[in-house]
Design a protein around this ligand. Structure first.
Ligand SMILES: Cc1cc2nc3c(=O)[nH]c(=O)nc-3n(C[C@H](O)[C@H](O)[C@H](O)COP(=O)(O)OP(=O)(O)OC[C@H]3O[C@@H](n4cnc5c(N)ncnc54)[C@H](O)[C@@H]3O)c2cc1C
Length: 174
């Protein structure tokens, strides 16, 4: 499993650290900020790509070896490494919006940003089923707090993290 470290919320991407978690061993590989791509052994494969709406696709990601992916909680997102046209890379974040009890795939939904510098444009227009792409381990900065009742309000592509929260609230009977 590839973990991507480096970009901070407050500064530009200057370097990426790629961490492969492979069974008991952890291999580390430092990758310069501008690199042409990521080795396939560290990547996940696009298992499905579905058009959900105009300019919005759902992308299903699996490990090439079919093994399980790290667990995640509602509100989690992953970093996705996207090659850009200049031969370097961009890192963008996408909320996980699939079934979190499915340990073998992640699902993200991506809206093509009209003024995209390449992230969503690549994922929506160019990424194809069978392609390999690097992702980070799930992180959650938007956790669902326990409550007896919830009221969810979301607009546009902002629905993605909320969908998994609604599922969790249903499971909890809230
Ligand atoms: C935690 C998290 C979860 C997210 N989840 C999702 C999700 O589930 N689905 C989804 O579609 N997106 C999600 N996003 C947004 C996603 O990460 C990308 O920001 C989005 O896809 C746009 O990326 P881009 O490279 O296409 O566009 P960018 O090139 O980053 O452009 C985005 C906007 O910034 C403007 N811009 C470009 N350059 C500059 C500049 N120098 N100064 C000021 N403005 C500029 C552009 O005009 C455009 O309007 C999430 C973001 C975060 C942080």
């Amino acid at each position: 499993m590839m973990a991507v470290r480096g970009p901070t919320r407050s500064g530009p991407v200057t370097s990426l650290k790629l961490v492969t978690i492979d069974g008991d061993s952890i291999q580390r590989e430092d990758v310069p900020g501008h690199h042409p791509g990521v080795q396939s052994k560290d990547s996940v494969r696009v298992a499905a790509k579905d058009v959900l709406a105009d300019g919005v696709v759902a992308i299903t990601l699996v490990r090439p070896d079919g093994d399980r992916l790290p667990d995640w909680t509602p509100g989690s997102h992953i970093d996705v490494v996207v090659p850009d046209s200049g031969g370097s890379s961009l890192v963008r974040q996408y909320s996980l919006c699939g079934d979190r009890w499915d340990a073998h795939s992640y699902r993200i939904a991506v809206l093509r940003e009209p003024q995209s510098r390449g992230g969503s444009q690549y994922l929506v227009d160019e990424l194809a089923v069978g392609d390999l792409i690097s992702i980070g381990t799930p992180r959650n900065h938007f956790k669902l707090s326990p409550a007896r009742r919830f009221q969810f309000i979301a607009g546009g592509i902002g629905i993605t993290p909320i969908m998994t929260m609604i599922d969790a609230a249903d499971v909890d009977g809230a």
